[in-house]
Design a protein around this ligand. Sequence first.
Ligand SMILES: *Cc1c(COP(=O)(O)O)cnc(C)c1O
Length: 698
Amino acid sequence: MTARKFPALDAFRLAAAVLVVTIHTSPLGGFAPLADLWLTRVLARVAVPFFLMVSGYFLARGGWRLGAFCRRTALVYLAAAALYLPLNLYAGMGPARWLRALVWDGTFYHLWYFPALLWGVPAARALARLGPRAGLAVAGALYLFGLGGDSWFGLADRLGPLHAAYAAVFRLVEYTRNGLFYAPLFLLLGAAAVGKETRIPPRAAAAGLALGLAAMTAEAFWLHALGAPRHDSMYLFLPLCMVCLFALLLRANGGRLRAARDASLLLYLLHPGCIVAVRGLARAAGLWDLLVANSLGHFAAVLALSALAAAALLRLRPLRRDPHARAWRELDAAALRHNAQVLRQAAGPGCALMAVVKADAYGHGARQVCRILQRAGVRDYAVACLAEGVALRRAGVRGRILVLGWTDPAQAPLLARWRLTQAVAGLEHGRALAAQGVPLQVQLALDTGMHRLGVPAGDRAALAELYALPGLRVTGVFSHLCVSDSLAPADAAYTRRQAESFAAAVAWLRQNGYDPGRVHLLASYGIWNWPGYAFDCVRAGIALYGVRSTAAPTRRTLDLRPVLAVRARVALVRTLAPGESAGYGLAFTAARPTRLAVLAIGYADGIPRCLAENGGHVLLHGVACPLAGRPCMDQLLADVTAVPDAAAGDVVTLIGRDGAAALPAEQVAAQCGTIANELLARLGARLPVLVLKNAENH
Ligand SMILES: *Cc1c(COP(=O)(O)O)cnc(C)c1O
């Protein structure tokens, strides 16, 4: 396990949230105005850039997938805007101003951060595409312009051309501290730290931070003395402070503080409301002097109330189901994206990738697989049956979904309702589908020699009739190869004849004015062995999951990575004396003192019974441990004598990597006398799916 964790980052979020509270309560204002100016207008100005850098850092680490991030941010923003709506109404804010504020400056004074983030993240993404240096340079230039509209305003605005520019900007927004002039630089500085976490030595970072803060202090006091600031969020030396602070925080590792993350967000969101509440409470309780007029008392009261409110909300949060149940399927999202990319490239330019996600995505969890692929830009999916297609639509899968197998024509309304494309299994099937009187999208399956589903490719009359059927719109034509996995000369010749007969049928359609739509022939072994027959798209099943059906050689090797691991927990470990037996039929007898682990997974989860009989094993702490005795429906036994410290709660791997060791699906399948496809497809729905976002486990 080499997962990087970020306790210092997470912990500093809390500190940053408290700094934001100081900005809005001026704790030292009543005692030491200069100290307060420094605390709230200088030091506390690191808080928001810090939040931006954290966002940039994790966005870049996750490959800049903006969709989910922006959706989540928008949701939090809308919820917060709704929370503060009563205060907006109380202050007499009209709908037009409210909407304008929603888009640009935030509907309440602290909420400016959210529009800044929602504009800034796409802007930073666009700049990142220019390359790391150019992107930072442009973001830096934008920051300088923003600086001139912020704490340097009194100086910058005197320059003629800038005056006009700032006037134009301030007609639209209140501050230059926004999604274009402020957020992109810090987002990109966060992103720039990815992979270079240890580049800046801690001493240099600490010195840089001290120096930066001193310079920023001098800058701020000088500007204030000049009366230059229009606002005071941005300083020339702020980026230097941030780079050093971030480098220091990235150094410290140890454990994740999820609660600190959520608590800091809540503190940030709730404290302005608490300021209002403290005033109300203080007035009602006659404690105005202590809780409002006294700046320190005010700060303490606001912080305490905000913390209480945040803690109460955190407790209300539903407990998340632990995906590390007794046993689970683990998806490596990065491997899946990588495979999709490799297969697209292998298919060649202009050829799309159709992800075959039948049988719960070969046991990987179709919903999760489709969610990942959808973000990777895959638009074509294939399932085996109507129910699988409907389940995907219900789970929010967009794009085209082709039902490869037979569907009862009476179900035509469901096909139409869920916008599923049905494969026509034969002439009769096509006629019956058309007879339902429901407009349907279909693809024609052509039989080119497999003799499974499909209209005989040479039966031109049947093809013509299918095209003429009312209500059926043909959007594609495909066929399936049956010996594409074999390179034996006779099989290769058969595959060639299939491909030629398919190509001839497609050519005939075109010549006779029938639009074949999307033309496709190849499944995984076709991609490996027959890339010349790629047509408009390829249907990848087993290859997409980074697995081969068998050990048979292929013409091409593609850099595909296994996506799935199956893991289970050790329920308990017991010691058997020599001669003692265990399990159903007492099938296992200890030949020597034996440590026997009971694993919380069984054949009902899809682990074949025959695996134990054929010398199958599991990995525990990276060590191969043989299965022992007869598998049960919900439990397996394993001889873990080789792992002296094996204990209840440990994780065993049945398929996948564990440290340096691996149990490939191909090997397990071979031990069970089957192909990997069958082993995977039978993995039970009782195993929850856990998606590893960045392959944290390897
Ligand atoms: C299952 C299936 C595929 C996918 O096959 P793989 O060998 O797993 O890539 C492609 N086409 C059809 C018609 C299928 O039934």
